[in-house]
Structures are given as C-alpha cells and as structure tokens.
Design a binder for this molecule. Sequence first.
Ligand SMILES: Cc1cc2nc3c(=O)[nH]c(=O)nc-3n(C[C@H](O)[C@H](O)[C@H](O)COP(=O)(O)OP(=O)(O)OC[C@H]3O[C@@H](n4cnc5c(N)ncnc54)[C@H](O)[C@@H]3O)c2cc1C
Length: 161
Amino acid sequence: MMFMRDNKQFDVIIVGGSYSGLAAGMALGRAVRSVLIIDDGKPCNRQSPFSHNFLTNDGKTPMEIAALANLQVRGYDTVEFFNGLATSGIKTENGFEILVASGETFATKKLIFATGIRDILPEIDGLAECWGISVLHCPYCHGYEVRNEKTGVLGNGDAGL
Ligand SMILES: Cc1cc2nc3c(=O)[nH]c(=O)nc-3n(C[C@H](O)[C@H](O)[C@H](O)COP(=O)(O)OP(=O)(O)OC[C@H]3O[C@@H](n4cnc5c(N)ncnc54)[C@H](O)[C@@H]3O)c2cc1C
C-alpha cells in the first residue's frame, strides 16, 4: 500500500535518525524541504554508558544527546518522523518509494542514507556484552576513563596493533 502523508510526496526521506540523520533533517527542514526521518532506534553507540570528547556534551549518555537533537529537530514543522525499519526501496519515475517493516510505503523525491555502520565483532564469548563498556574501540572517546588500568589490545593484523 502506498502511504503518502496528506497525499504528499516528501522532498527528502532520511533513513536513519541518529546524529547524522538528525543533522541532515535539521539542515533540510530549515531549508523548507518536506522531510521524513525513518529510524528504528538502534544507534551503534547504544551500549555506551557515556559519550566523551564531544564539546558541550562530554559525559552525557548517547541517548541524552540523541534525545536533545531529536527534540530540536521536532521544532521544525517541515520534518516528520516514523519509528520503524526501512526494509527496501525502489526507484520510481519521480524519485523513490521506501517500504518499512510494518508495510507502509513512503514516496520521496530524494533519499539520504544515514544508517551509520554496523560493527562486526569477533566471536568471543562475552565480548558483545562488553562492547562500549569495557571493550573499547576508541581511545579518544573512552581511553581517559581507563587510564592506568591493565589493558589488552585486540588488533586486526599489524596495522590494527
Ligand atoms: C561503542 C561506541 C561508543 C562510542 N563513543 C563515542 C564517544 O564517546 N564520543 C564520540 O564522539 N563518538 C563515539 N562513538 C561514535 C559515534 O557513536 C558515531 O560516530 C555516531 O553514532 C555516528 O552517527 P550516525 O548517525 O552516522 O550512526 P548511528 O548513530 O549508528 O545511527 C544510525 C541510525 O540509523 C538507524 N537505521 C539503520 N538502518 C536503518 C533502517 N534500515 N531503517 C531505519 N533505521 C535504520 C539506526 O537504528 C540508528 O538509529 C562511539 C561509537 C561506538 C560504536
């Protein structure tokens, strides 16, 4: 079923509504483009208890930062939100149609993927549960908090080490 809010085709659909998607949404919303942000709420940093090395947000939880960004973007009536997973898309004559897991389809002229990256973790028992908490990929973000503690390094070949 083709779902066009108020029978409209969006100017831009942004798939992914974390930091990148929200930043794009704000810029486009302020440029008076009609925007739909589709997001299923699984940012890569969701297990991290705190974010660091990001001026004005140091020590906040990733969710606090995202929630404030979300609130600010919601201030623009040019931007709409849909909570759910985008599962496929097709090119149409006028742009694209994006299908979400619940079955609706949204039409747009332009499409932005702000879906981030997916970390593919080594299959080591317990590692996934510790990701972002005590298994840390970024010394600039989290190294200070574990300074002077015993550290193991997991590297991918010589370059990783
Ligand atoms: C464990 C960890 C800790 C980190 N700590 C820090 C830190 O302390 N300081 C710092 O500066 N940076 C940190 N980073 C980096 C920071 O989190 C990323 O740079 C940032 O999240 C990238 O934002 P993004 O919007 O590109 O992607 P993400 O934040 O990953 O967001 C992608 C979004 O797209 C959505 N999405 C994906 N596919 C679909 C789909 N098909 N349909 C609908 N929605 C979809 C996801 O649900 C998600 O909400 C950390 C990263 C990790 C992994």
